[in-house]
Structure formats: C-alpha cells, structure tokens
Design a protein around this ligand. Sequence first.
Ligand code: SF4
Ligand code: SF4
Length: 95
Amino acid sequence: MIANFGYKDGSGEFYIAIDTDKCNGCGDCIPACPSHILALRDNEFDPMADDQMVVILDEFRKKIKYACAACKPDHAVHSLPCVNACAPVAITHSW
Ligand code: SF4
Ligand code: SF4
C-alpha cells in the first residue's frame, strides 16, 4: 500500500509517499537526507511484514515543505537525494 506523510494547505499538497510493498527497510535513504527527517520503524501498515519501513519522523510531518526546501527550494523538478538513494523506487513526492 501507499503510506502518505505530510499535509495540504492553501499553498498546495505536500506529501511524501512510501510504497510499503517496495520499501525493504534497507535504510539507504536515511543518511542521504540532509534534513534528517527519515527513520526506520516497524511497518504499522502491514503488521505481518518482516522488514521495517522508512517513515517521516512525526515532528516533520506538518512541515515537510520547509524541511525538504533543503533539496527543492522552489517548485521546479529536482533530483532528490532520498529518491536517488532508493533502488526499489519506493519514495515519491507530491510536489
Ligand atoms: S532506500 Fe527505499 S527501500 Fe531503503 S529504506 Fe529507504 S525507502 Fe525503503
Ligand atoms: S527531499 Fe531532501 S530533505 Fe526531503 S526527504 Fe528527500 S532528501 Fe530529505
């Protein structure tokens, strides 16, 4: 399934989506993130899953627009470190 972390407001929709079927808990995206907003947790979306999955830390979920400004300060298309680090292509961004 797709786990969405983020929010929407008058300026847009700001979600990071993790495909829980593709995320294998390798953790490669975590050190790639300059804002340190990613962490591994038990897969609460699939309690039967053996692997952990990556999540956005609670304290950043309502401000990821600002946290991710380190990688994308505007709305242009960027090459994102978290996406580039993820070989299974489990991470997508809504903006
Ligand atoms: S790099 Fe991809 S597969 Fe590995 S923990 Fe991060 S999201 Fe999951
Ligand atoms: S876009 Fe940058 S700051 Fe946002 S999660 Fe990815 S690596 Fe981290």
